[in-house]
Design a binder for this molecule. Structure first.
Ligand SMILES: Cc1cc2nc3c(=O)[nH]c(=O)nc-3n(C[C@H](O)[C@H](O)[C@H](O)COP(=O)(O)OP(=O)(O)OC[C@H]3O[C@@H](n4cnc5c(N)ncnc54)[C@H](O)[C@@H]3O)c2cc1C
Length: 381
């Protein structure tokens, strides 16, 4: 019988099984919508079950309710405008590097490879900046992360909650020098879809691409760069819906992994030491009139553990930091309450994807909206 690690629909693609296999007989290979899933070389497998013992999708992992909630943004103006929301991730990273530590975060590598990397120099921290709305691979950094932790370096890991769950599975008791930060996550499309979209739909050779951005200050826009040259920029998602397939399918949740819709970590009890995200709903429960203007966005910072609280206190001088009710943060951000729900459109899109390309399936999913829009335009003429 074919050996499997966890149910296909529960697999988060963290790659911990591949990273830990003593026989190196597990490979992450593209499956539905290009998402990576472990494939076991049945011949080499010795049935040690280390993959299943470690798999975060098969274990209950401790989560806790936030101790406090803060609205925050970096005091450094340059750091602030170049970050996605308020730059909390960047300020935390700078602090760890200033202690002589290392940061593991997500970067865009050559050939549109979205992967976690290790950074130990201030001047390289810019490589981690910005939310990449795509799944990042973490299995390659796991051996080095373990070495750094063992050596006693302060180590900061920033990633999606399911990636943090995988890192937590490496330890029975959490080492004091390992800090875990999760970003509030709506779900992730696959790296393969991003690359195919840029190559096939935008007709840009992946070898030319040196950076991809998904958000600009106050805009949700897909931007493709070759060094400083902008090769493509989609219009702002909020003002130009249904014009960029990648961003549209992302925001609608169509191209996420199966596991995103039953995510174990999209809830108020959190998996890491600190949760960060956008502070949507700021001012909805308590007046925010005393908070100065922050027109490039604001981070939501939720310390979860004592260690997380100490870390927030250590960086507070670098942030504009305003305490808010925890419920304000939770009520303003869907994925602090539940995973993105599967609606009929997503179900239809997924079914169609078994027969047609992603582009065709999406067009067939939203054809009524497109038709209504076309009629409106014609009537205006
Ligand atoms: C796929 C995805 C979905 C998100 N969905 C939501 C949401 O629904 N609600 C919400 O409030 N916030 C969401 N965010 C988080 C938000 O976009 C910002 O990343 C967050 O507010 C931190 O911003 P910042 O200004 O502090 O840091 P930034 O300077 O933007 O740094 C971002 C940090 O996140 C890490 N990171 C970036 N991309 C990835 C990735 N693909 N996988 C793992 N780690 C990554 C980087 O290592 C970096 O340290 C999402 C982020 C991602 C990547």
């Amino acid at each position: 019988m074919m050996k499997v690690i966890c149910d296909y629909k529960d697999c988060t693609g963290c790659g911990l099984c591949a990273a830990r296999c003593p026989k190196h007989c597990i490979e992450m290979k593209p499956g539905f919508l290009g998402h990576l899933y472990p494939v076991i070389d049945q011949e080499k497998c010795i049935n040690c079950k280390l993959c299943q013992k470690g798999c975060p999708s098969l274990q209950y992992i401790d989560c806790s309710y936030p101790k406090k909630a803060y609205a925050a943004w970096a005091k450094d103006a340059q750091d602030y405008v170049t970050s996605t929301s308020g730059g909390a991730a960047s300020v935390l990273s700078q602090y760890i590097v200033s202690l002589g530590g290392v940061v593991y975060g997500c970067s865009v590598l050559p050939n549109i490879q979205i992967s976690h990397i290790r950074v130990d120099k201030m001047e390289d921290l810019h490589l981690l900046k910005g939310s990449k709305y795509v799944q990042s691979q973490i299995e390659y950094i796991i051996p080095q992360l373990r070495k750094d932790v063992k050596q006693g370096l302060p180590v900061l890991f920033i990633g999606t909650p399911c990636q943090v769950a995988a890192i937590k599975q490496l330890y029975r008791t959490m080492p004091d020098n390992l800090y875990l930060v999760d970003i509030i996550c709506h779900g992730t499309p696959s790296n393969q879809f991003l690359k195919d979209y840029i190559q096939r739909n935008l007709k840009i050779d992946a070898a030319r691409v040196t950076n991809v951005k998904f958000r600009l200050p106050n805009e949700y826009s897909l931007c493709v760069f070759e060094q400083n040259k902008l090769l493509y920029k989609s219009d702002n998602l909020w003002t130009h819906r249904y014009e960029d397939l990648y961003m549209d399918t992302f925001i609608d949740g169509c191209t996420f992994r199966y596991s995103c819709s039953s995510c174990h970590y999209a809830k108020s009890n959190r998996i890491s030491d600190i949760t960060i995200g956008d502070f949507w709903g700021l001012g909805k429960e308590v007046s925010d009139k005393d908070i100065p203007e922050h027109k490039n966005g604001v981070s939501c910072v939720l310390p979860i553990t004592d260690k997380g609280m100490l870390l927030v206190n250590a960086i507070r001088h670098s942030l504009n930091l305003y305490e808010r009710p925890v419920t304000e943060a939770i009520n303003g951000n869907d994925q602090l309450r539940a995973p993105k729900a599967i609606n009929n459109e997503i179900k239809r899109f997924r079914a169609l994807c078994h027969l047609f390309s992603i582009k065709r399936s999406y067009q067939m999913t939203i054809w009524k909206i497109l038709l209504k829009r076309k009629i409106k335009q014609l009537l205006k003429k």
